[in-house]
Design a protein around this ligand. Structure first.
Ligand SMILES: [Mg+2]
Length: 237
């Protein structure tokens, strides 16, 4: 796989192509291997979701009935609740770059497993009466397959409750949501719910305004395979 291919792989799920800045093929291979085979990665995910669950229980206990807005959590999808390392491993194995066509085929399979800890967290949220919103840069064309994948794993989708409430907010689904920036979608959620917690694997999954709140209301998961971080690598990285 050439350098451009590796950097393109790392650009998955972002709308901007990553610049080719010195990433070497072994970086992609090692990143995928770490995600798929290290016990530390599993431990990090479970640790993060356990801490998030503790924070969520605390918030739910503080919330009294009669609040003007119901509580919600906002989670990202890829590498936050769904594990696409199988797709990425295939790219590395075949020496291919990320391509929207191969990605769309993977999404259509509806076979991504859950990130460790994610399902228990989401179910706890539902049990506490906290709505889980999935704010993802998967496209609106990929929404049905994404819903099917999440539902098959047991993630709450409001299917049985407020069926009119759309909790899977994809890129391009509404006017103003065409970009990969998630601010407009976070604002839409905040109009109807009080968001008490965010979970993501990319800085772009968290608000850009106000103080950072990692470990309190914001919980971040590891993703060495791709992300916005890969667009700002130094030339000798
Ligand atoms: Mg993600």
């Amino acid at each position: 796989m050439n350098r451009l291919a590796v950097v393109s792989l790392l650009a998955l799920a972002t709308s901007c192509a990553a610049p080719d800045r010195g990433m070497r093929p072994e970086h992609g291979r090692l990143a995928v291997a770490w995600v798929r085979h290290s016990p530390e990665r599993i431990a990090l995910c479970e640790q993060t979701y356990r801490a998030a669950t503790t924070a969520l229980r605390h918030e739910a206990a503080l919330a009294r009935t009669g609040l003007p807005l119901p509580l919600a959590v906002v989670v990202d999808v890829d590498e936050t609740v769904l594990d696409n390392s199988s797709y990425n491993a295939g790219l590395v194995k075949r020496g291919e770059a990320f391509q929207p066509t191969t990605w769309a085929s993977w999404v259509e399979e509806r076979s991504a497993p859950a990130i460790p800890g994610a399902l228990a967290f989401a179910r706890t949220a539902a049990e506490l009466g906290v709505t889980v919103f999935y704010v993802t840069n998967r496209t609106v064309a990929e929404e049905q397959a994404t819903r099917d994948n999440l539902r098959a794993l047991g993630f709450p989708l409001q299917d049985g409750g407020d069926a009119q409430l759309d909790v899977v907010l994809t890129r391009g689904e509404r006017a103003g949501w065409e970009g990969s920036g998630k601010g407009p979608r976070r604002e839409a959620v905040a109009r109807t719910h009080r968001v008490v917690l965010y979970v993501g694997d990319d800085r772009g999954d968290f608000p850009v305004e106000g103080p950072e709140s990692f470990g309190e209301g914001w919980f971040v998961l590891p993703n060495p395979m791709y992300g916005s971080w890969a667009r700002s690598l130094p030339p000798d990285a």
